[in-house]
Design a binder for this molecule. Structure first.
Ligand SMILES: Cc1cc2nc3c(=O)[nH]c(=O)nc-3n(C[C@H](O)[C@H](O)[C@H](O)COP(=O)(O)OP(=O)(O)OC[C@H]3O[C@@H](n4cnc5c(N)ncnc54)[C@H](O)[C@@H]3O)c2cc1C
Length: 235
């Protein structure tokens, strides 16, 4: 009788723990949201999703929006990003002189050491099913085993350690750009510097246009927007 009681109590505690863990994971992390990305909508939203800035966040946002909008426009001031140079990681092959000449003028951390965490890898695999193959030659995956030993005895991690991505920042950015532009035919780059947003009405309930200065700085143009994504404190 006591054994039965203990058994039922343990089962209840275990199930409660699992449920609590799942609820906390869902509310504190985006781990379950990954199930919803990388799936094209049956019916796309008409109009443009305009992404201000074509770096890591901009490229990933463009990839997600490409599944839901008829057209996605990335506006970024640096014209070389969408040339052949911006699609390939020439930096490693060409040495430090090349690297110095090809800095990202608005991304000061472009030459800093970067490491990409397991969550990035999980998202990238959902967004680009060919990610692991494309990574070959420009970066690699770490098995996650830190080789931890205590007094010479290996420490075992029963559920394994998630993999991380090892890649330079230029390699990561060029890989993402290549993947986005090769897999999403509805994504377009415009060279320009976003300067302001134009509301649909005076009450600013929604944005109608994004204004940007062209590369030559000669004129300011507007692009219609159904959705605008960007960090606007600097505009
Ligand atoms: C020193 C350092 C080390 C880091 N290490 C890591 C790391 O190891 N791992 C990691 O995951 N993250 C790391 N990060 C963070 C990572 O670099 C940022 O999270 C990432 O760059 C953010 O991407 P982003 O696209 O938001 O912005 P950014 O990469 O800063 O890009 C901004 C983009 O906006 C464009 N832009 C600027 N002004 C305008 C305008 N007016 N109109 C249109 N476009 C515009 C720029 O040209 C650029 O393309 C590090 C950051 C720093 C500073």
């Amino acid at each position: 009788m006591i054994l039965e009681f203990l058994f039922v109590t343990c089962c209840c505690l275990y199930l409660s723990y699992r449920q609590l863990k799942r609820t906390r994971k869902a509310s504190l992390t985006a781990i379950y949201d990954l199930n919803d990305i990388g799936r094209p909508s049956d019916k796309r939203i008409g109009g443009n999703a305009v992404i201000c800035g074509g770096s890591i966040a901009g490229l990933l946002t463009a990839r997600v929006c490409a599944d839901h909008f008829s057209k996605v426009i990335i506006v970024d001031p640096e014209a070389w990003l969408v040339t052949e140079e911006g699609m390939r990681d020439h930096h490693r092959q060409q040495g430090s002189d090349y690297m110095a000449s090809r800095k990202r003028s608005r991304v000061p951390q472009y030459t800093s050491m970067h490491l990409y965490q397991p969550f990035s890898l999980m998202a990238l695999r959902k967004l680009f099913p060919n990610f692991d193959r494309e990574l070959e030659g420009c970066g690699f995956l770490d098995s996650g085993d830190p080789g931890l030993r205590i007094s010479g005895i290996p420490v075992l991690f029963p559920t394994g350690i998630p993999q991380t991505i090892w890649m330079t920042r230029p390699a990561y950015e060029t890989l993402l750009r290549r993947l986005v532009l090769s897999t999403c035919s509805n994504v377009e780059f415009i060279t320009g510097s976003v300067t302001s947003l134009q509301p649909a009405s005076t009450s600013w309930e929604s944005v109608a246009y994004v204004s940007f200065r062209t590369a030559s700085d000669a004129e300011t143009l507007q692009v219609p927007a159904a959705l605008v994504v960007g960090l606007f404190h600097s505009i």
